[in-house]
Design a protein around this ligand. Structure first.
Ligand code: FES
Length: 223
């Protein structure tokens, strides 16, 4: 993990941002940086997820921090956590944004296209600027698409994880199918630095810290 300086260069309509930063700080899809505005008296740091490539940095997923403006200088720490790892043999890829925009999944599109995979994006929000080859389906189609895919990447808020897993069906059916990974979102104020526990994820027989054990988990770990 590294620290360094960055700058918010532009804010997009979806509240994502073009962040200028050194290449070694650019997170992989599913990973994040912790960002703090230089000179700000707020103690809070903001998790910033990769969404797409951009010159001299990257395009982030939508930011919650509306006080940041183009030109804001950022102190950055990262990349942090486990990201997605799309299997090289995947030819049918499902990207499932369960309760938010698909921005944090978009970074997988270029890798999937490179390996000539079919890609279906499942979400209920508007997804613009997508390559033509990508099919978009509403969430009602999620279970069918999940079972069609040989690799599925999902994005869900911690509070909705249980609901997502229930909708996917019985554990043995989920296990029997091919690879799937889930990005679980929760507030991550310290990024494992202070072990604050705010990001704890309670599973059936154990608990995990989303900030460092995740935020992307193999679906097996969540069953
Ligand atoms: S964010 Fe503090 S322990 Fe995970």
């Amino acid at each position: 993990m590294k620290t360094g300086k960055g700058q918010l260069h532009e804010i997009y309509l979806d509240s994502g941002a073009w962040i200028i930063c050194p290449p070694e700080l650019i997170p992989a899809p599913g990973q994040y940086l912790l960002a703090h505005a230089g000179g700000s008296d707020s103690p809070l740091v903001v998790p910033v997820f990769f969404s797409d490539s951009a010159p001299n940095g990257f395009r982030s997923a939508p930011l919650l921090k509306s006080a940041w403006l183009p030109g804001t200088r950022l102190n950055l720490r990262g990349p942090i956590g486990h990201g997605f790892s799309i299997s090289a043999s995947a030819r049918k890829v499902a990207l499932i944004a369960f309760d938010d925009s698909p921005a944090r999944l978009r970074g997988l599109i270029s890798s999937a296209l490179k390996q000539e995979a079919e890609i279906v994006l499942v979400c209920n929000s508007v997804a613009d600027e997508l390559p033509e080859a990508i099919e978009v389906q509403p969430l009602q189609a999620m279970v069918d698409i999940f079972h069609w895919a040989d690799y599925a990447a999902m994005d869900v808020r911690r509070e909705n994880l249980h609901q997502l897993m229930e909708m996917l069906g019985k554990q043995e059916h989920v296990r029997a199918r091919s690879e799937a990974q889930v990005l679980v979102r929760a507030p991550m104020p310290c990024g494992a630095l202070a072990e604050c526990g705010v990001c704890a994820l309670t599973l059936r027989h154990k608990w995990k810290m989303i900030c460092k054990d995740g935020p992307v988990f193999d679906i097996e770990e969540l069953l």
